[in-house]
Design a protein around this ligand. Structure first.
Ligand code: TRP
Ligand code: ZN
Length: 855
């Protein structure tokens, strides 16, 4: 059907050649950068007679083997490979190539971000720089000489330590870097540009001094302080928690505006999307601050989980990503509130990973078949991958987990290994049998637990039965039972005593008996101990008791969510359905009783559109949007005076504690989102906007004003634009807000937005803020019955196919998940997918997803 072929995990074979050293000389120029690569190679297999190197979009200038230039008939060149016959066991290859960074809008390999040169090599971008064995199990020692104009590019950076620098003629200069740690090519990085530099240092626990350097666009120096503080916190946390120290003398971070993903953990030289570096109170929200800290930590933690121990092949991606996400989540939980952080993680997983796992691109955390590797940097590999590591942590306990990590590094430091190697280290270090548990790596889909309870008031015996159910999927018709850790709480409703237990479900169905003086209320899946769905018929009465009595805050929050979901489902079917007063009384008690403001804000937040979509089969999107608005309106009206009281308290709140301020602002914004549904309180929004001295409150006000859709919103938005027109990251927020307006003329607005001088599809952040903003923040119009929303997205994907396939392939997600929606919408979405499929020269990224969705 397509010209692209898939690769299979089962086809893995070791490399027949090793590359001992790489000597790169890169002479930078916008349209014609020259790359000279000297490789010392060793043959590992007696039978190997030719060396096949990967290479794409390269102009080959010359090859020499052991000093002898090869003529055209002494090698074979294709669009993706360079094949060289070799008989020697050891040889040196020098390959000269030319590339065009300026024309590289895919942002893979060497490209320009504004005036700077920069690279992105993961997963398979190094082959766009030079011919190479571009696979993670080929590890080599890199020495890199960068040559460029000194005025335009005063900073020339690469991995490792600077070993030499100097002047060349005609205004050129050079810097040579040497990285002593053998690494796969995907961790290579090169940056050249003119930056402001924030310098600091960190003394490791063994007393070594590490230079810390953050490079940002000129003028942005104060906005790098938070990133620097986050880096130091991450370094200290990894020493304390896992005994892991940094290993080079210098750690560099460069912030760039053009970047496909969040950030990249290149050895000693991280490259970051500027969105995850730059922040000050006026321009960044509390969420931005939180995310910057988390991404800085994530990339730092990769130095051990990813770089020192890397992946044998790309099917093992979760080896580094699942583990590193788990580590950054634990870090965030330690830095802030454990329960609030955990609930946020679960919200993302349920709203997005569950949808992915129910859709056509469903795959195990260790995929078995890949056409385009970039398509597998997914919520499944990252977020579900992290949940799998968390389950190991739960099964072994913190100490056992640490012993497992110690053994993992002892065994595999400096190597490229598999997910099995990791689990074996965990099992061997603790004696825990994880044989059955390993199935989590191979099975896709979200497991469902079916819970049944029975209490015998005579014998005082409480029986709990839990079975597991695995919905068959197209690519895995026969699913297996898994080893599932289930943390439960038994709540005695009379004494209010809570008993916590960890159950291990290891077969299709199991029962547990407990002796309980009174019929207990059970909270299942405390701390969300497994990435599963739970089917358990609990009454709203029981859920209310969990909400007030459970020890575990996740269970409390989840109970309230279940009650809200229940009413949202009813309203989706019939918008006029009555909501019982007990519901409003429950919320009222939350408002008056709960002391922790961050938790209170989460409790009062209605399930999002996406969270609801994964709860209702074939949902009518328009009805769901209306239901959410209706419930919000009802809550606002019923609890008006109480919400107003909360809002005023938040306004008057004073504290020197940053965490308390953040919590207060989030509660203030949640109460405003309700109050703004009442016409009489519209002026609160305007007041909050003009009073705000930070982005969290300003954005909270604008978000509330959107729904009101009054002339006031337009005034605030143009004020916002005037204030921030020169601040790229804030204008991204402005574009998202503009695309979120639920108004009949939105399609005309979108066209006008795209015609602006400051809009460009070439900048991923900007493209995502408009297109992704519309798709995720404006469900009413994205899913509108006419299909115009789907058409708009499809048009953008066709456009992005040429510019940046990775970005196109991420944005297509809601269309391929059409099965979530009613048949009429499914058909509209499929029509658009078929239209995209007819695009000439469709990128492999899109071909893979369209094949999966349409066959
Ligand atoms: N390894 C990077 C991370 O964990 C992911 C990444 C950054 C990436 N840039 C990329 C993956 C480009 C694929 C393509 O955060
Ligand atoms: Zn990562």
């Amino acid at each position: 059907m397509s010209e692209f072929t898939a690769r299979y995990l089962s086809d893995y074979t070791a490399s027949e050649f090793a590359i001992k050293t790489v000597n790169l000389t890169v002479t930078l120029s916008n349209a014609a950068t020259h790359v000279s690569s000297e490789l010392t190679i060793e043959k590992l297999s007696d039978t190997a007679s030719e060396l096949t190197l990967d290479g794409e979009h390269l102009i080959l200038k010359s090859i020499s083997l052991d000093g002898k230039t090869l003529s055209k008939n002494e090698y074979m060149l294709s669009d993706t490979t360079l094949v060289i016959p070799v008989s020697q066991n050891q040889f040196t290859l020098v390959i000269e190539t030319e590339i065009n960074p300026e024309a590289n809008t895919a942002l893979e390999g060497l490209f320009k971000s504004g005036d700077a040169f920069c690279t992105q090599c993961e997963a398979e971008g190094f082959r766009r720089i030079t011919y190479y064995l571009d696979r993670p199990d080929v590890m080599s020692v890199f020495t890199t000489k960068v040559i460029a104009d000194k005025d335009a590019y005063p900073y020339l950076l690469s991995n490792g330590n600077k070993i030499e620098e100097g002047e060349l003629g005609e205004g050129q200069h050079y810097v040579t870097w040497h990285d002593p740690f053998p690494k796969p090519a995907y961790l290579f990085a090169l940056v050249a540009g003119d930056f402001d530099l924030l310098s600091d240092s960190y003394q490791t626990s063994s007393g070594r001094d590490v230079a810390l350097e953050i490079f940002v666009d000129k003028g942005n120096l104060p906005k790098a302080e938070h990133a620097m503080a986050s880096l130091k916190h991450s370094m200290a946390w990894d020493e304390k928690t896992f005994g892991l120290e940094y290993d080079l003398d210098i750690y560099m971070i460069v912030a760039v505006d053009f970047f496909n993903m969040g950030a990249m953990e290149n050895k000693g030289l991280n490259v970051f999307n500027s969105k995850y570096v730059l922040a000050d109170k006026a321009s960044a929200t509390d969420t931005d601050y939180f995310n910057i800290e988390a991404v800085i930590a994530h990339e730092y933690f990769h130095n051990w989980t990813g770089n020192r121990v890397t992946c044998r092949d790309w099917f093992q991606l979760s080896l580094k990503e699942g583990l590193t996400v788990f580590r950054d989540q634990q870090f965030s939980a330690d830095m802030h509130s454990k329960s609030v952080t955990r609930i946020q993680n679960v919200k993302v997983l349920r709203a997005m990973q569950f949808a992915e796992d129910a859709g056509p691109m469903s795959h195990p955390i260790r995929p078995e078949k890949v056409m385009e590797m970039n398509n597998f940097y997914t919520l499944t590999v990252y977020e579900k991958g992290s949940e799998v590591i968390r389950m190991i942590h739960t099964l072994l306990g913190a100490e056992g987990f640490r012993q497992g990590m110690d053994l993992y590094f002892k065994r595999f430091d400096g190597m490229a290994v598999t997910c099995d190697d990791f689990v074996n280290a965990m099992a061997d270090a603790t004696g825990k049998d994880l044989t059955l548990f390993k199935r989590w790596y191979a099975q896709s889909g979200t497991p469902e637990l079916i819970v049944e309870q029975n209490y015998d008031s005579v014998s005082k015996r409480f029986d709990l039965n839990i079975s597991q159910f695995h919905r068959p999927s197209d690519n895995q018709p026969n699913k297996h039972d898994l080893h599932i850790p289930i943390r439960i709480e038994l709540i005695d409703p009379v004494t209010e005593e809570v008993t916590s237990k960890l159950l291990e479900l290891t077969s299709a169905s199991q029962s547990w008996s407990f002796s309980c003086t009174h019929k207990p209320v059970v909270a299942v899946l405390a701390d969300f101990s497994a990435p599963v769905k739970v089917r358990f018929d609990q009454s709203n009465e029981e859920l209310s008791q969990i909400l007030t009595l459970a020890d575990d805050y996740f269970c409390r929050w989840d109970a309230a969510q279940k009650i809200m979901q229940h009413h949202l489902k009813r309203l989706t079917i019939d918008i006029t359905t009555d909501i019982p007063t007990s519901f409003f009384e429950m919320l009222s008690r939350c408002i008056s009783d709960i002391k922790d403001n961050a938790f209170k804000a989460l409790l009062l937040t209605l399930p999002s559109f996406d969270e609801m979509v994964s709860q209702i089969e074939q949902v009518n999107a328009t009805s769901l949007c209306a239901a959410i608005e209706q419930l919000k309106q009802l809550i606002a009206t019923q609890l008006e005076s109480q919400l107003l009281g909360v809002y005023q308290q938040c306004e008057e709140f004073q504290s020197v504690d940053e965490g308390e301020q953040v919590a207060n602002r989030s509660l203030q914004n949640v109460s405003l989102s309700y109050l703004s549904a009442i016409t009489a309180h519209e002026e609160l929004t305007e007041k909050q906007y003009y009073k705000a001295n930070n982005m969290t409150q300003a954005l909270g006000a604008l978000t509330a004003a959107i729904k009101q859709n009054t002339s006031m919103f337009k005034v605030l938005m143009s004020d916002f634009e005037n204030q921030w027109r020169d601040t790229t990251l804030v204008m991204d927020k402005w574009f998202t807000l503009s695309a979120s307006v639920p108004n009949d003329d939105i399609y005309g607005q979108l066209t006008a937005l795209m015609a602006r001088d400051d809009f460009s599809m070439n900048n991923p952040n900007r493209a995502r803020s408009l297109v992704g903003g519309f798709v995720t923040q404006n469900p009413k119009y994205f899913h509108c019955e006419s299909g115009r929303g789907y058409q708009f997205l499809a048009d953008r994907i066709v456009e992005l196919n040429k510019i940046n396939p990775q970005v196109a392939s991420r944005l297509i997600t809601p269309l391929i998940q059409f099965k979530e929606f009613d048949v009429a919408r499914q058909n509209l979405m499929k029509t658009e997918l078929q239209r995209i499929q007819k695009t000439p020269e469709l990128a492999r990224d899109l071909v893979e997803k369209l094949d999966a969705a349409l066959t």
